[in-house]
Write a protein of this length. Structure first.
Length: 247
């Protein structure tokens, strides 16, 4: 346990010395701008106006930024070991490959969790700017933020496995972006979107009823089964590959 905590601390330290933290703030700030300028219908109130603003802000954040950040962070956390024989230097230390993989996965998941918290803060800030009346619907907001983070776990597992296998920093990132862009079309399909990993964050974050078409009308239970199933598949595949890979 202590060895894992030391690896986790080392991975966190490497990321903290980079400019990756600025990327975490990019999407919440743009989402804040969208939420602060959205037009609220006259007479709207209660949970409906929160769902309206949440849907508008999630369209950018969950559709594009979250999937791209999952790939970017995964590629970034492996770039140090891919240069100058870093993997050999790391694995001669008293650490296990499983511990290294789990530490990298945990740091990437933590960065995305931080991004989700910043998005929640942006949502509350936009609501305050719009002077929304009544109490904050915490259930709706937390379900969206937590659901989006959970939906990113399969993407982290998949992108981390790709980043571990490819020495190039740009190649995994380019692959992730090229598979994220089709989201704009795929999320409208009730046939393909439920099984497309890059579409899961926006589907999980979108409030029910705000976009009641395509895959957006699927129940949360169906999305959760798809997300957890793909997470286990990608996570175990990536871990097995890394443990058997020749360095």
């Amino acid at each position: 346990m202590s060895a894992f905590l030391r690896m986790l601390s080392a991975e966190t330290l490497k990321m903290s010395k980079s400019g990756i933290w600025l990327i975490i703030l990019a999407s919440p700030l743009l989402s804040l701008l969208i939420g602060a300028t959205i037009s609220v219908p006259d007479g709207a109130g209660g949970t409906a106006i929160w769902a309206l603003m949440l849907g508008a802000m999630v369209t950018l954040h969950g559709l594009l930024f979250l999937p791209i950040m999952a790939g970017l962070f995964s590629a970034f956390i492996c770039r140090y070991e891919h240069t100058g024989g870093g993997w050999k230097q790391l694995l001669v230390l008293p650490v296990t490959r499983t511990g290294v993989y789990l530490a990298k996965f945990t740091v990437v998941a933590g960065l995305l969790a931080l991004s989700q918290l910043c998005f929640l803060a942006a949502l509350l800030g936009a609501a305050k700017f719009q002077a929304f009346p009544g109490p904050v619907p915490w259930g709706l907001l937390l379900q969206s933020v937590l659901g989006g983070w959970i939906a990113c776990l399969p993407l982290i597992s998949l992108q981390l496995g790709v980043s571990l296998s490819w020495t190039s920093f740009a190649a995994p990132l380019a692959l992730n972006v090229s598979l994220t862009i089709p989201n704009m079309l795929i999320v409208n399909s009730a046939t393909y979107a439920p099984f497309y990993p890059w579409a899961q964050p926006v589907l999980a974050m979108m409030p029910r009823g705000e976009a009641d078409y395509g895959a957006f009308n699927l129940p949360y239970q169906s999305l959760l089964i798809t997300i957890l199933g793909s997470f286990l598949l990608f996570f175990l595949a990536g871990l097995t590959y890394f443990r058997r890979k020749e360095i």
